[in-house]
Design a protein around this ligand. Sequence first.
Ligand code: SF4
Length: 369
Amino acid sequence: MASKEVNNVCEEREHSQRTEGELSLFRSKLLKWFDNHGRILPWRGIADPYKIWVSEIILQQTQVVQGWDYYHRFISAYPNVQSLAEAKEEEVLLLWQGLGYYSRALNMLTAARQVVELYGGIFPREERDVASLKGVGPYTTAAIMSIAYNAPLAVVDGNVYRVLSRVEGCEVPIDTTPGQKFYRTLAEIFLDREKAGKYNQAMMDLGAMICTPSTPQCPECPVAELCLSRDNLELQQLLPIKAKRVAVEDRYIDYFLLLDGDSLWVERRDKKGIWKGLYQFPMQEQKGRFLTERQLNERYGEDWKLVETTDLPDHRLTHRQLHIRVHTYQWQGELSSAFESPLEQIAISDHHLYAFPKPLRAFLNSHFS
Ligand code: SF4
């Protein structure tokens, strides 16, 4: 996908429409679950930035089960940053043998020497100093700063991308620069700033244990009541989106603009998917093609006369190309038209008081300004 299109998706999607109440419910449910069900790991419950750093580097490309023994061996050989700084390269590599991605070990050795030279052997406390260590990127910086010092920085890794994109039903891709920026902001919005270290570890565990890539356990999930992908296997399999892997599907939307005198009929979209909670005309969406003329004429019976069909510009989403038509019907009946909820009748002159998806807003503005 071209970066311009990704940008559009990011711009169109607000970071989150969550209220402060929902965010605080999310955090408290997550943290309570973590207290009772979080993983018991050798590097948990410690505030030593050196040990947290070692564990995070080991886990960058290694499963927890495999990393466990390496962590113990590494820490018993080099219990603090000074001992690592004094180690020989061959010794460190020998200890790392079998873990792969050996540049991780060499970078740690360089970084340990940096700590000794620049900070007298005391692991730095400032974000910029931690971030300047060799091999320490934004994720590891946030993990060390939040877990060791409770600094309010959100970690964003594969687990966090997956959980947040599913909780928010968010189609912004995770493998583009604007997409990654979008998720960093989203992660900061969700972060429990008072308990950042615990919150970050809870998010990692939720992604590793419950909201797993292929079989999320929604019935066991502490944040299920706030999740827009809950029990929706199709959406869960789709999220998080990778732009480079996206197959674009053509979808056809027929909107029905039902005009009765000075009023029109609208409905509110549900709280899922795109345009959630916005108003729209009654609609039908399908794969393959628009509705036929016959289907349109038969749709509302003879009191509604189809007077015009307007093609709107296509609307591109990450994995869908939306083709959109608005069919305008005029009420011909003797009494006033009537529909049941969720349809509601509004004055045409009030249309600007309602939030519509971008294509319908442009249509309304051009037809009823
Ligand atoms: S409810 Fe299901 S999809 Fe949503 S975060 Fe929990 S496990 Fe993941």
